[in-house]
Each structure stands twice: as C-alpha cells, then as structure tokens.
Design a protein around this ligand. Sequence first.
Ligand code: 13P
Length: 252
Amino acid sequence: MKRTPLVVANWKMHGQSEWIKHYIHEFVKAVGKPGQCEIVLCPPFVYLSQLQVLLRETGLGMGAQNLHDSEQGAFTGEVSGPMLKEIGCSYVVVGHSERRRLFGETDAQVAAKFAAARLYSLVPILCVGENEAERAAGTTERIVQRQLDAVLHVCGIDAFAGAVIAYEPVWAIGTGVTATPAQAQAAHGFIRNYIASHSEASAGSMRILYGGSVRAGNAAELAQQQDVDGALVGGASLAAKEFLAICAGFTG
Ligand code: 13P
C-alpha cells in the first residue's frame, strides 16, 4: 500500500513569537504548496494559536507535543485533547522518550493518552524506542513490543489504523548518532509485522516515522527504506532551510 510520507517537526521547548513568524515566512516561501509529503509542525503549547493563524492556507499541519488523558478537570499545568482540537491541532505526540524519562510517564499513562487522542479525533504519534543499554543487551524488539502492547491492551488493534508510530531510539536523540538505514528498517519492519500479526489492515494504514538525529544529509537514504514512512525531527527542524531539505528527502 502506498502511504503518503509524513515529516513532523518537534520543536520541543524552543521558539518564541518573533522566531516563529520568521520561520514560517521563510519556510512557506520556499516550500510553496507541499505536494506528495505531509508536513506537520509541533510548537510549544503557548504558540499553537499563533501558529494556527500563520499556517492558514499553507497546506501545513499542526500538532501538539503532549496532552492529558482527561477531558477537563483539576490538573494544574495540563492541556486536554478537546483544547488541542479546538486550537487547530490534527496530531499529538504521545509518549516521547523525554516525557517517559524526564517526567516519569509510564506505559500505562502513555496508553491512556493514546486513547484520549483517539477519543478527541487527534491522530496520535506514538513514540517507542530502546535506550543504549537495551540495544547493547539485544532487547530492542522486546522493549518496543512492550511499549506497543501497553497501548494495544488499552485501545485495541483498530486504534492503530491510520495512527502514527515514531521509532525513536533514545541513543540517537540529540546525539548526532543516527540509526543506520538498515537498523531503522529492522525496527520499523518489526513494528509493522507485529501490528500485522494482529491486523493486516491496521499495519498497512499506519505510518512509521523514524526519529533520532535526522538531518538533511541522511533523510533521503532513510526515506528509501520500505517501512520508513517519514520522520520526527527535533534539532534539525529548528532551522527552516534544513527542515525543508529533510522534507525534500522524503518527497523523493
Ligand atoms: P533530534 O532530531 O534532535 O535527535 O530529536 C529527535 C526527537 O526527539 C524528535 O522527537
């Protein structure tokens, strides 16, 4: 099945108003109307409404970096799915390794967030991936399967149809060390096959992004891998020209 490539910028905790205005101006001027590649930008929460206005009629999409699993309530500092939907988000990143590692998010919480994203019509971008020690111990597939199982258990296989999974090996994030195309394909192939063992339809419709030190210089060879349907880009998405070049690598 032909899947439209998806390239997502995760700006993490970077960018303020002037910078965003400048970035979008530069990016939109150069990209024109994006054709064969879907492009989504994920700014910090407080800039979503500014970005929503700037992205009108550009063909670019918008996502959030996190959400709370409740609809509303006494959860100081949190943001809900309906709020993200109202402000114009189509996507939301769920279970990023920085959330798991630095903020203690558990597999169960990640699964609840995935369910909430589905409930409020946001496409979840579920992040999975092993750390350096887990890779060295040869447990990559076991770790990724555990992370997938947590969501499967709560949401069921049909929730994966049309969803996005980002394979982000922790050792490749922000380190400048990218997984080789073969390593990326091996992990992506494992993820696709595992989901296919529950439902061929869900596996076929799901896009699997690679994340971890994606740059303009390595995007095209990653894009050639059969099960790499796009990228989730951190550091290199902060420069409009570099991010544009990465998108071009996935457009073919
Ligand atoms: P880098 O591209 O900076 O390695 O970050 C990857 C990432 O965490 C995207 O979510």
